[in-house]
Design a protein around this ligand. Structure first.
Ligand SMILES: [Cu+2]
Length: 139
């Protein structure tokens, strides 16, 4: 092997090392990471009547509030889903991983219920993927 090839391999290993330190390839842990929009600390929702209860809202600004959710694997999740009057297409939310598609009513909440069975980060979004969020299931 010539020197150039060896230098190239060393550079690749160094880049991979940096990416790992940044958490780019990390699996869910409590550590800070470079995942876009991911809070650096995991905060799990309170358990109400046996389910992890979360209030999720589609805002008039084109965002879900909050847009990053943590839940624990194996415990039912109950999301109370609402939307601002001007939320437009964000009134609808889809969680592909959990086969959920719901519309927030004009007044009050839609109930979304599922039990996460595997750890990982899963997207949720409106039908056109303009409103976006992530639900992270931790062990
Ligand atoms: Cu949309």
């Amino acid at each position: 092997m010539n020197r150039l090839a060896i230098a190239g391999i060393i550079a690749i290993i160094a880049i991979l090392g940096v990416l790992m330190l940044m958490g780019v390839t990390a699996t869910p842990t409590g550590k800070a990471s470079a995942i876009l929009g991911r809070p650096s600390t995991i905060s799990l929702p309170p358990i109400v009547n046996g389910a992890q209860e979360i209030a999720l809202k589609a805002t008039r600004y084109g965002t879900y509030q909050p847009n990053y959710l943590f839940v624990k694997k194996g415990i039912p999740v109950r999301i109370r889903y609402s939307a601002d009057a001007e939320a437009g297409c964000g009134r609808e939310v889809i969680f592909p991983e959990f086969r959920v598609r719901k519309y927030a009513p004009t007044n009050g909440d839609a109930l979304i219920e599922f039990t996460p069975t595997r750890a990982g980060r899963f997207p949720f979004h409106c039908s056109m993927q303009m409103f976006r969020g992530t639900i992270e299931v931790v062990e």
